[in-house]
Design a protein around this ligand. Sequence first.
Ligand SMILES: NC(=O)c1ccc[n+]([C@@H]2O[C@H](COP(=O)([O-])OP(=O)(O)OC[C@H]3O[C@@H](n4cnc5c(N)ncnc54)[C@H](OP(=O)(O)O)[C@@H]3O)[C@@H](O)[C@H]2O)c1
Length: 266
Amino acid sequence: MSRDYFERFGPWAIVAGGSEGIGAAFGEELARRGFRLILVAERDQPLGDVARRLSETYAVEVRSLVIDLAELEGQRRLIEEAADLDVGLGIYNAAFSEVTLFNEQSLQAKLRTLDVNARGALIFAHWLAPRLQRRGRGGLLLMSSLAGLQGTPRVASYAATKAFDLVLAESLWHELKRDGVSVMAACAGATRTPGYTKTQPKHAGALSPPVMDPEAVAREALDALGSGPSYVVGRSNRLVASLLTRLLGRRRAVATMGRSMDEQYR
Ligand SMILES: NC(=O)c1ccc[n+]([C@@H]2O[C@H](COP(=O)([O-])OP(=O)(O)OC[C@H]3O[C@@H](n4cnc5c(N)ncnc54)[C@H](OP(=O)(O)O)[C@@H]3O)[C@@H](O)[C@H]2O)c1
């Protein structure tokens, strides 16, 4: 990776939700590129294991912080941890999701989805974006999803929060680009992670592009940072996204996603 990338986004990066799946892959790819890291998650042991492995393998400093990113108090601890560090890149990757019909999802799960995926991302951007702006360079990457490009039945709450992340990142992209800060939403499709495996479909759907590996998603998303306000990761996912957003129109896009989700989870 070019020195330019590190100069632009280094030396410290925060991966919020960095203990497994795409978040751990972000951590690994950044450590490989020489970044020092703060990895954040709720569970102590998997987080500590990843942090140790990355610092031993890549000889970079890796700090781990166990907090709930949905809580203001948790993010206050993250701000304290990062206070004296030259943070050039923040990735908000943490998410909560359940695949279930809206009327069968508990209110608690709905609110948890909102708090982790949207409220947490907003708080993270609230404190990090001005720091990056003052610094005059850096990056902020929010993880979104194909599900957030239109209404997606059976993951209504999750899809709505991913639309929030997408629109938040796109708005900040415009506000901050003149100050040298690159903001981007990365829209992933199905990716082989613990989160995905938990809710793995029983059948293939008509609209199921190939499942990607988290390492490929993290690498491609990091490389795309700075290229525009949002980026769909993976060639097949980009085809699906342009079908949904350009060819079908809103009503048919939602109906197509609904049919595909029914096929997968019936
Ligand atoms: N996998 C897919 O198919 C897919 C598709 C499209 C988009 N995405 C997006 O990509 C991102 C990563 O997905 P993934 O499948 O890799 O997720 P995952 O396997 O569920 O991992 C989520 C990470 O976030 C942490 N986390 C969750 N809630 C947290 C909280 N409240 N506070 C602190 N840390 C928290 C988890 O650690 P702890 O459990 O220890 O907290 C874990 O490190 C998400 O934003 C998701 O929406 C994924």
